[in-house]
Design a protein around this ligand. Structure first.
Ligand code: RIB
Ligand code: CA
Length: 307
Protein backbone atom coordinates (compact mmCIF):
# COMPACT_ATOMS: atom_id res chain seq x y z
CA UNK A 1 0.00 0.00 0.00
CA UNK A 2 1.15 3.56 -0.74
CA UNK A 3 0.13 6.28 1.71
CA UNK A 4 -1.43 9.46 0.30
CA UNK A 5 -2.61 12.70 1.84
CA UNK A 6 -4.78 14.85 -0.42
CA UNK A 7 -5.40 18.61 -0.18
CA UNK A 8 -8.44 19.71 -2.15
CA UNK A 9 -10.90 22.54 -2.86
CA UNK A 10 -13.47 19.85 -3.62
CA UNK A 11 -15.55 20.54 -6.70
CA UNK A 12 -16.53 18.40 -9.64
CA UNK A 13 -13.09 17.41 -10.90
CA UNK A 14 -11.55 17.11 -7.42
CA UNK A 15 -14.30 14.64 -6.51
CA UNK A 16 -13.27 12.33 -9.36
CA UNK A 17 -9.65 12.46 -8.19
CA UNK A 18 -10.79 11.58 -4.66
CA UNK A 19 -12.79 8.64 -6.01
CA UNK A 20 -9.72 7.38 -7.88
CA UNK A 21 -7.52 7.43 -4.79
CA UNK A 22 -10.19 6.08 -2.43
CA UNK A 23 -11.07 3.24 -4.80
CA UNK A 24 -7.52 2.25 -5.67
CA UNK A 25 -6.60 -1.08 -3.97
CA UNK A 26 -2.99 -0.03 -3.41
CA UNK A 27 -3.60 3.49 -2.11
CA UNK A 28 -4.21 4.24 1.56
CA UNK A 29 -5.59 7.78 1.84
CA UNK A 30 -4.50 8.77 5.35
CA UNK A 31 -6.28 12.14 5.35
CA UNK A 32 -8.11 14.61 3.15
CA UNK A 33 -7.53 18.30 3.95
CA UNK A 34 -9.83 20.93 2.49
CA UNK A 35 -9.05 24.47 1.34
CA UNK A 36 -11.29 27.23 -0.08
CA UNK A 37 -11.06 27.66 -3.84
CA UNK A 38 -13.62 26.44 -6.36
CA UNK A 39 -16.30 27.00 -3.75
CA UNK A 40 -16.27 28.48 -0.23
CA UNK A 41 -14.66 26.25 2.40
CA UNK A 42 -17.86 24.91 3.98
CA UNK A 43 -19.20 23.67 0.66
CA UNK A 44 -15.84 22.14 -0.30
CA UNK A 45 -15.82 20.27 3.04
CA UNK A 46 -19.34 18.91 2.44
CA UNK A 47 -18.42 17.87 -1.11
CA UNK A 48 -15.38 15.97 0.18
CA UNK A 49 -17.42 14.30 2.95
CA UNK A 50 -20.10 13.28 0.45
CA UNK A 51 -17.49 11.77 -1.89
CA UNK A 52 -15.81 9.82 0.95
CA UNK A 53 -19.23 8.44 2.00
CA UNK A 54 -20.04 7.51 -1.61
CA UNK A 55 -16.85 5.43 -1.68
CA UNK A 56 -17.74 3.85 1.69
CA UNK A 57 -14.35 5.01 2.95
CA UNK A 58 -13.45 6.07 6.50
CA UNK A 59 -10.80 8.62 5.57
CA UNK A 60 -10.94 11.66 7.88
CA UNK A 61 -11.70 15.03 6.29
CA UNK A 62 -10.20 18.12 7.94
CA UNK A 63 -11.28 21.74 7.61
CA UNK A 64 -8.52 24.13 6.47
CA UNK A 65 -8.13 27.72 5.36
CA UNK A 66 -11.18 29.67 4.23
CA UNK A 67 -9.20 32.24 2.22
CA UNK A 68 -5.77 32.80 0.66
CA UNK A 69 -2.82 33.95 2.80
CA UNK A 70 -3.06 37.62 1.82
CA UNK A 71 -5.76 38.06 -0.80
CA UNK A 72 -9.52 37.86 -0.77
CA UNK A 73 -11.06 34.53 -1.82
CA UNK A 74 -11.98 34.17 -5.49
CA UNK A 75 -14.28 31.21 -6.17
CA UNK A 76 -15.41 29.50 -9.41
CA UNK A 77 -19.10 28.64 -9.13
CA UNK A 78 -19.44 29.65 -12.79
CA UNK A 79 -17.13 26.75 -13.64
CA UNK A 80 -18.34 23.95 -11.35
CA UNK A 81 -21.82 25.06 -10.24
CA UNK A 82 -23.06 26.86 -7.12
CA UNK A 83 -22.56 23.70 -5.05
CA UNK A 84 -19.38 22.89 -6.98
CA UNK A 85 -20.81 19.54 -8.05
CA UNK A 86 -22.81 20.50 -11.11
CA UNK A 87 -25.96 21.63 -9.23
CA UNK A 88 -27.63 18.27 -9.92
CA UNK A 89 -29.38 18.17 -6.55
CA UNK A 90 -26.97 16.01 -4.54
CA UNK A 91 -27.50 16.18 -0.74
CA UNK A 92 -24.26 18.04 -0.02
CA UNK A 93 -24.86 19.14 3.55
CA UNK A 94 -25.00 18.04 7.19
CA UNK A 95 -21.96 15.77 7.31
CA UNK A 96 -19.37 16.16 10.07
CA UNK A 97 -15.65 16.70 9.36
CA UNK A 98 -12.93 15.46 11.72
CA UNK A 99 -11.88 17.80 14.50
CA UNK A 100 -8.61 19.73 14.28
CA UNK A 101 -7.33 22.15 11.67
CA UNK A 102 -6.22 20.82 8.30
CA UNK A 103 -2.81 22.48 8.62
CA UNK A 104 -2.14 20.63 11.89
CA UNK A 105 -3.36 17.40 10.30
CA UNK A 106 -1.06 17.84 7.30
CA UNK A 107 1.85 18.29 9.73
CA UNK A 108 0.97 15.30 11.90
CA UNK A 109 0.17 12.89 9.06
CA UNK A 110 3.32 13.79 7.12
CA UNK A 111 5.47 13.64 10.27
CA UNK A 112 3.98 10.28 11.28
CA UNK A 113 4.74 8.79 7.85
CA UNK A 114 7.96 10.63 7.09
CA UNK A 115 9.58 9.38 3.91
CA UNK A 116 6.65 7.13 3.10
CA UNK A 117 3.88 9.53 2.14
CA UNK A 118 2.78 11.15 -1.10
CA UNK A 119 1.08 14.56 -0.97
CA UNK A 120 -1.35 15.38 -3.78
CA UNK A 121 -2.64 18.96 -4.00
CA UNK A 122 -5.77 19.69 -6.02
CA UNK A 123 -6.54 23.28 -5.01
CA UNK A 124 -4.93 26.56 -3.96
CA UNK A 125 -1.82 25.91 -1.84
CA UNK A 126 -2.83 27.89 1.24
CA UNK A 127 -2.95 24.92 3.67
CA UNK A 128 0.30 23.43 2.37
CA UNK A 129 2.13 26.77 2.50
CA UNK A 130 1.12 27.27 6.13
CA UNK A 131 2.18 23.74 7.10
CA UNK A 132 5.58 24.28 5.49
CA UNK A 133 5.93 27.71 7.11
CA UNK A 134 5.21 26.28 10.56
CA UNK A 135 7.44 23.23 10.01
CA UNK A 136 9.95 23.81 7.16
CA UNK A 137 11.54 20.35 7.42
CA UNK A 138 8.22 18.79 6.42
CA UNK A 139 9.58 19.35 2.90
CA UNK A 140 12.07 16.54 3.57
CA UNK A 141 9.41 14.18 4.93
CA UNK A 142 7.24 14.07 1.81
CA UNK A 143 8.33 11.40 -0.65
CA UNK A 144 6.92 13.52 -3.48
CA UNK A 145 4.24 16.20 -3.85
CA UNK A 146 2.09 16.15 -6.98
CA UNK A 147 0.62 19.60 -7.62
CA UNK A 148 -2.30 20.18 -9.95
CA UNK A 149 -1.43 23.76 -10.72
CA UNK A 150 0.24 26.23 -13.02
CA UNK A 151 0.97 25.90 -16.69
CA UNK A 152 3.84 23.87 -18.14
CA UNK A 153 3.44 25.65 -21.47
CA UNK A 154 0.73 27.69 -23.17
CA UNK A 155 -2.28 29.66 -21.98
CA UNK A 156 -4.05 29.89 -18.66
CA UNK A 157 -7.65 29.17 -17.69
CA UNK A 158 -8.41 32.06 -15.35
CA UNK A 159 -6.32 34.70 -17.14
CA UNK A 160 -4.32 34.20 -20.34
CA UNK A 161 -1.23 33.77 -18.15
CA UNK A 162 -2.44 31.91 -15.04
CA UNK A 163 -4.10 28.68 -13.89
CA UNK A 164 -6.76 28.91 -11.16
CA UNK A 165 -5.09 27.08 -8.21
CA UNK A 166 -1.91 29.15 -8.43
CA UNK A 167 -3.79 32.38 -9.28
CA UNK A 168 -6.09 32.16 -6.23
CA UNK A 169 -3.15 32.15 -3.80
CA UNK A 170 0.11 33.00 -5.58
CA UNK A 171 1.91 33.84 -2.34
CA UNK A 172 1.16 30.35 -1.02
CA UNK A 173 2.29 28.82 -4.31
CA UNK A 174 5.60 30.69 -4.13
CA UNK A 175 6.21 29.42 -0.58
CA UNK A 176 5.53 25.83 -1.68
CA UNK A 177 7.59 26.06 -4.89
CA UNK A 178 10.55 27.48 -2.91
CA UNK A 179 10.23 25.01 -0.01
CA UNK A 180 12.64 22.36 -1.32
CA UNK A 181 9.86 19.75 -1.29
CA UNK A 182 10.19 17.35 -4.28
CA UNK A 183 7.36 18.59 -6.52
CA UNK A 184 5.90 17.24 -9.73
CA UNK A 185 3.77 19.94 -11.36
CA UNK A 186 0.87 18.86 -13.56
CA UNK A 187 -0.23 22.06 -15.26
CA UNK A 188 -3.56 22.85 -16.84
CA UNK A 189 -1.96 22.28 -20.26
CA UNK A 190 -1.82 18.56 -19.43
CA UNK A 191 -5.55 18.63 -18.66
CA UNK A 192 -6.77 20.31 -21.84
CA UNK A 193 -4.35 18.29 -23.98
CA UNK A 194 -4.88 14.81 -22.50
CA UNK A 195 -7.93 14.83 -20.20
CA UNK A 196 -10.89 16.28 -22.09
CA UNK A 197 -14.09 14.30 -22.63
CA UNK A 198 -16.57 15.08 -25.42
CA UNK A 199 -20.14 13.77 -25.18
CA UNK A 200 -19.25 10.35 -26.61
CA UNK A 201 -16.15 9.94 -24.44
CA UNK A 202 -18.17 10.97 -21.39
CA UNK A 203 -20.87 8.39 -22.22
CA UNK A 204 -18.10 5.81 -22.62
CA UNK A 205 -17.38 6.33 -18.91
CA UNK A 206 -20.96 6.78 -17.71
CA UNK A 207 -22.06 3.74 -19.69
CA UNK A 208 -20.02 1.51 -17.34
CA UNK A 209 -23.24 1.83 -15.39
CA UNK A 210 -22.03 1.73 -11.78
CA UNK A 211 -23.11 4.49 -9.36
CA UNK A 212 -19.54 5.85 -9.32
CA UNK A 213 -19.34 5.86 -13.14
CA UNK A 214 -22.58 7.84 -13.31
CA UNK A 215 -21.48 10.17 -10.48
CA UNK A 216 -18.11 11.13 -12.00
CA UNK A 217 -19.81 12.18 -15.25
CA UNK A 218 -23.09 13.66 -13.96
CA UNK A 219 -21.37 16.16 -11.62
CA UNK A 220 -19.54 17.66 -14.62
CA UNK A 221 -22.70 19.28 -16.00
CA UNK A 222 -21.71 22.88 -15.27
CA UNK A 223 -18.05 22.24 -16.16
CA UNK A 224 -19.12 20.86 -19.53
CA UNK A 225 -20.91 24.08 -20.46
CA UNK A 226 -18.03 26.24 -19.19
CA UNK A 227 -15.34 24.17 -20.92
CA UNK A 228 -17.11 24.32 -24.28
CA UNK A 229 -18.11 27.99 -24.13
CA UNK A 230 -15.16 29.55 -22.28
CA UNK A 231 -12.22 27.17 -22.64
CA UNK A 232 -13.08 26.23 -26.24
CA UNK A 233 -12.77 22.52 -25.45
CA UNK A 234 -14.88 19.66 -26.90
CA UNK A 235 -16.28 18.90 -23.43
CA UNK A 236 -15.31 18.84 -19.75
CA UNK A 237 -11.64 18.43 -18.80
CA UNK A 238 -10.37 16.68 -15.65
CA UNK A 239 -7.19 18.38 -14.33
CA UNK A 240 -7.31 16.94 -10.81
CA UNK A 241 -8.01 13.36 -11.95
CA UNK A 242 -5.13 13.28 -14.45
CA UNK A 243 -2.89 14.68 -11.70
CA UNK A 244 -4.09 11.89 -9.38
CA UNK A 245 -3.42 9.36 -12.15
CA UNK A 246 0.15 10.70 -12.46
CA UNK A 247 0.61 10.45 -8.67
CA UNK A 248 -0.68 6.84 -8.75
CA UNK A 249 1.42 5.85 -11.78
CA UNK A 250 4.12 8.41 -12.70
CA UNK A 251 4.98 6.35 -15.81
CA UNK A 252 1.89 7.69 -17.61
CA UNK A 253 3.54 11.09 -18.12
CA UNK A 254 6.84 12.50 -19.29
CA UNK A 255 8.72 15.19 -17.39
CA UNK A 256 11.44 17.77 -17.52
CA UNK A 257 13.05 19.41 -14.47
CA UNK A 258 12.91 23.19 -14.71
CA UNK A 259 13.37 26.24 -12.55
CA UNK A 260 9.84 27.54 -11.97
CA UNK A 261 9.09 30.93 -10.42
CA UNK A 262 5.65 32.16 -9.32
CA UNK A 263 4.66 35.79 -9.84
CA UNK A 264 2.70 37.60 -7.12
CA UNK A 265 1.63 40.71 -8.98
CA UNK A 266 -1.85 41.69 -10.06
CA UNK A 267 -3.80 41.48 -13.29
CA UNK A 268 -1.88 39.57 -15.96
CA UNK A 269 1.13 39.35 -13.59
CA UNK A 270 -0.78 37.39 -10.95
CA UNK A 271 -0.05 33.73 -10.39
CA UNK A 272 2.11 32.97 -13.43
CA UNK A 273 4.26 29.82 -13.18
CA UNK A 274 7.32 31.02 -15.09
CA UNK A 275 8.97 27.87 -16.49
CA UNK A 276 12.64 28.58 -17.24
CA UNK A 277 12.92 26.25 -20.26
CA UNK A 278 16.28 27.60 -21.46
CA UNK A 279 17.88 28.00 -18.02
CA UNK A 280 18.07 31.74 -18.64
CA UNK A 281 17.69 32.60 -14.95
CA UNK A 282 20.80 30.62 -14.03
CA UNK A 283 18.86 29.23 -11.08
CA UNK A 284 18.86 25.45 -10.62
CA UNK A 285 15.75 23.48 -11.63
CA UNK A 286 13.53 22.70 -8.60
CA UNK A 287 10.25 21.49 -10.13
CA UNK A 288 9.56 18.35 -12.21
CA UNK A 289 7.16 19.59 -14.86
CA UNK A 290 4.88 17.16 -16.69
CA UNK A 291 5.32 17.89 -20.40
CA UNK A 292 3.10 15.17 -21.87
CA UNK A 293 0.85 12.34 -20.74
CA UNK A 294 -0.69 9.11 -22.04
CA UNK A 295 -4.42 9.74 -22.40
CA UNK A 296 -5.26 6.10 -23.00
CA UNK A 297 -3.49 5.03 -19.83
CA UNK A 298 -5.29 7.76 -17.85
CA UNK A 299 -8.74 6.83 -19.21
CA UNK A 300 -8.10 3.12 -18.66
CA UNK A 301 -7.16 3.77 -15.01
CA UNK A 302 -10.23 6.00 -14.49
CA UNK A 303 -12.56 3.38 -16.01
CA UNK A 304 -11.07 0.63 -13.87
CA UNK A 305 -11.47 2.64 -10.67
CA UNK A 306 -15.11 3.57 -11.24
CA UNK A 307 -16.10 0.12 -12.47
O1 RIB B 1 -7.31 25.09 -12.90
C1 RIB B 1 -7.92 23.87 -12.57
C2 RIB B 1 -7.91 23.66 -11.09
O2 RIB B 1 -8.68 24.69 -10.47
C3 RIB B 1 -8.57 22.35 -10.68
O3 RIB B 1 -7.98 21.90 -9.49
C4 RIB B 1 -9.99 22.75 -10.40
O4 RIB B 1 -10.64 21.88 -9.47
C5 RIB B 1 -9.79 24.11 -9.79
O5 RIB B 1 -9.47 23.94 -8.42
CA1 CA C 1 -9.38 21.48 -7.54
Amino acid sequence: MRKFVIDTDTASDDAVALVMALQHPEIDVRAITVVAGNVPLGQAVQNALYTVELCAADTPVFVGCDKPLLRGLETAEDVHGNDGMGDIGLPLHGRQPASGHAVDSLRSVIRANAGDITLVTLGPLTNVALALSLEPDLADCVERCYVMGGIGSGHGNVTPTAEFNIWVDPEAARIVYESGMPITMVGWDISWKYATFDAKQAEDIRGIGTPLAQFVVDIQSTLTEYAIEESHLPGFDLPDPITMAVAIDPSIAEYHDYRVDVTTGDGLERGITVVDVLGATGNPPQIRVAVSADREAFVAMLKQLVA
